[in-house]
Write a protein that binds this ligand. Structure first.
Ligand SMILES: [Zn+2]
Length: 131
């Protein structure tokens, strides 16, 4: 079973966010898992999963940061798709997936864009203003 690369990206993300927060100024940070593309060019499912696990851990840290820092916007996307990968089957309880690739090149498949931000409930804002 693939387990990621030991949390390096999570740790780097956490340190970068702490460093930038201490400066007390608005900031922009881009966190990338560049070898997902390499793994997909090589049609190497194990490498892809390993990179996705690292990305997932770093993303969890970024989302937790956003939860604790209102006004933070987290955008998640990719610059392109590679490999034309599909997931024909898997077993969640065994944490196994099967990846099939249709090419070793970039594709024209559209990539998603997700956004995450802490949303304040309007009534909470009104209550705070009344105090
Ligand atoms: Zn590429």
């Amino acid at each position: 079973m693939v387990k990621g690369k030991g949390g390096y990206l999570f740790e780097a993300t956490d340190r970068a966010l702490s460093y930038l927060t201490k400066k007390g100024k608005p900031f922009f940070i881009m966190i990338e898992v560049a070898k997902i593309d390499t793994g997909r060019h090589q049609n190497d499912a194990e490498k892809v999963v390993e990179e996705v696990i690292d990305f997932d851990q770093a993303l969890a840290g970024a989302l937790a940061f956003a939860d604790n820092h209102p006004g933070t916007l987290v955008l998640i996307t990719a610059d392109h798709e590679t490999g034309g990968a599909t997931l024909p089957q898997g077993n969640v309880s065994n944490m196994q997936i099967e990846l099939e690739f249709s090419t070793e090149d970039h594709t024209g498949i559209m990539v998603p864009l997700f956004a995450y931000a802490l949303m304040l409930v309007l009534s909470d804002v009104c209550i705070k203003r009344d105090l």
